[in-house]
Structure formats: C-alpha cells, structure tokens
Design a protein. Structure first.
Length: 365
C-alpha cells in the first residue's frame, strides 16, 4: 500500500498513514486488492479520523470483488466508482508484430490475454482511495508520472498536478480507456488474420472454435464498454448535483471536472464504436465466406451440369447403336463406326461451343 500527498505543484510519498489530514492538499492511497483486504480496518479508522465517515460495508465488498462490472454509487461522504480497465495482458507485446505475422495459435493466446480487471475508486473531499488488481500497473504508472511532473523545471508549460481527488480519478480512468489502443491493435490484427484465413482461395477454414472465441471476446468487450459508459454517465449526473461552488476558483475546478468527464465519456464512446465495428466486420467476414463457398459450389454444379448435357446425346447415340437388332443402319458397313464417331464428335463440339457462348463453361464473374 502506498500513500501520497498532493498539494499544488508538490507530490510526495509518505511512509505511513498520517494521523490527520495535511493542512493543504489531499491524500491518495493506492492499494492492491489483497493489501486493501488485509488493512481495511486500519483504513476505516483513518478515514473516520480524516473525513468523519467510513466506507460502507457493501462498498468494501464491491472493492474486494474481482468480478464486479463497472458501476457508480455514492453516499453523503464519498463517491465510489468501479471501473474495469481494458488492456492487453502481460505477454502480448510480441504477438502479431505486423498484419502479415501471427498464427491461429498466437491468435488464441492474444484473445485469452485480454485483461478486464476492475479498479475501485472512493472519492472523498480530500482523500482518494484506489483499489487495484495485484499488478497495480495504473497506480505505479501514475505515481511515477506525478513525481516527474512535480520535479522543478525551467518551463512550467507541462501538465499540472491533479487539483483534487476527483481530478486524479478522472485522469486514471482516462488512462485506462486510452490503454485500449494497444488492445485495439491486437484485436484488429487478430481479425485481419482470421479474415485472410477465411478468404484464402484454395483454403478450407476449419478453426471455427477460434472464431467463436474471438466473437465471444468482442461481446464481452462490448458489455464492458457499456458498463463503463453507464457508470461514467451516472458520475456526470452526480457531478451536476454537487453543491454550488463557494468561490470562482472552485467553480472553475468544477467546470474542468465536467469537461474532463465528458472527454472520458467521448473516449469510451469511441472504444465502443470500434468494438461494434469489429463485431460487424467479423459477421460480414463469415457471411462473405459462406457466400464464396456457395459460389464455388454453384460453379462446380454448373460445370457438372454442362458435362452431363454434353454427354447425354452421346449416350443416346451409343444406346441407339447398342440395341440388339440386325437391321440397324451402318452396322454392316466398314465405315459405320467412323460415321457414328464423327456424329458424336460433332454433337459434342457443337454443344461445347454453344455452352461456351452462353458462359456456362468457366468461372462466372
């Protein structure tokens, strides 16, 4: 568990939980889910001393639940947001280096490596409590990023430190949404590879199980994005109901929170649109595959039908001369066989030319 103090342009990590809140600024407490479970009693006592309130037992259970979908809730003391991150899991960096590399086996590994772990936020007036998966990637990333921003430099044109716990929460959420870009590249390459397998001219696509798993993964991502959007919309609605700002500076900060919240919502909308586009692309690829297979079958059947039509009159000729009658024409002449063969050849060539001109032979375009 890590504890940070943020005040203005200052960012410092504390060794332990302070007995009281600092005179200015706010505290950020970032803990892994297991750390939070072990230290929940200590955290509750500190929150009671700092804010005059504690986490509701139901919200504690929600923060410990690794399967909980994204959602928003609030009390009179704090707001709580659970947000499932969308990211490519560990070990996916080398998968599908470009659109021409990769195998079906690596594609399955890529689908299985999608990570949608929840991150919990409890937003008090001057305290932000974040509960992370075991890896704590978001916490450690922001700890390093804020420490770098707080370093003195000649130019202060860079991004400012978050001005409030809510501001820091929104920046983390925005980072988690933007991390979908890496996952988007992974999924796009995966489906590009599957489409190439589906549309291979002489190929016989057999790995329908992987395609089904990929479509199920997209459905899961769509549900996750829908939950994210609903949770953030509820947060924006709750933000509108906050008490009126007591001064101009606070009002400006509130307006920036609304602006950042709408920006994060717009990012989620783009992610959701891309997931749905991939779903549509997958459905279209399957339909085109079956259409191509049906077209190939139709071409084969047309060719077989033409061959049958050509040989039918030839069979008729051979059947006529194969009857057991002694008075058939051309049977007792020396040139009878050659005359019958010439008739059959002429009929066959004539029908072939006719069908060729009708485009019944060869591939249709």
């Amino acid at each position: 568990m890590r504890v940070f103090h943020v005040h203005g342009d200052q960012f410092a990590e504390l060794d332990t939980l302070p007995e009281s809140l600092p005179a200015a600024g706010y505290l950020w407490i970032g803990a892994a889910r297991r750390e939070f479970e072990v230290n929940v009693a200590t955290l509750q006592a500190s929150l009671q001393a700092w804010t005059g309130g504690t986490l509701v037992d139901l919200h504690v259970s929600d923060l410990l639940n690794n399967q909980l979908p994204s959602h928003f809730d609030y009390t009179s003391v704090y707001d709580m947001l659970v947000f499932r991150r969308l990211a490519a899991g560990t070990g996916t960096a080398g998968m599908f280096v470009d659109d021409t590399q990769g195998t079906l086996a690596s594609g399955r590994s890529a689908i299985e490596a999608i990570d949608t772990s929840p991150v919990g936020f409890a937003v008090f007036d001057r305290v932000l409590l974040t509960v992370h998966p075991t890896d704590c990637l978001v916490r450690d990333y922001f700890a390093g990023r804020l420490a770098l921003q707080a370093q003195p430099s000649e130019s202060r044109a860079g991004p400012r430190l978050p001005s409030s716990p809510a501001d820091l929460m929104l920046r983390m959420v925005n980072h988690m949404v933007d991390s979908y870009l890496e996952l988007r590249r992974l999924l796009t390459r995966q489906f590009t590879h599957l489409q190439q397998e589906l549309f291979r001219p002489q190929g016989n696509f057999r790995n329908w199980q992987l395609l089904l798993e990929s479509r199920n993964a997209l459905h899961l991502l769509e549900d996750t994005c829908e939950d994210q959007r609903s949770a953030l919309i509820e947060w924006i609605d709750a933000l509108e109901e906050w008490p009126q700002a007591p001064d101009v500076g606070t009002g400006r900060e509130r307006e920036m929170l609304r602006l950042r919240s709408r920006d994060v919502l717009e990012h989620i909308e783009r992610v959701l649109t891309h997931v749905r586009r991939l779903e549509s692309s997958a459905e279209t690829a399957v339909q085109m595959h079956f259409s191509a297979q049906s077209h190939r079958t139709s071409n084969i059947m047309r060719t077989l039908t033409v061959l049958t039509a050509i040989f039918l009159p030839l069979n008729l000729v051979t059947g006529f001369f194969g009857m057991n009658f002694d008075a058939l024409p051309l049977i007792h002449t020396a040139t009878g066989f050659w005359i019958a063969a010439a008739i059959m050849l002429a009929v066959g060539i004539g029908l072939s030319i006719y069908f060729w001109r009708k485009n019944y032979l060869g591939s249709s375009h």
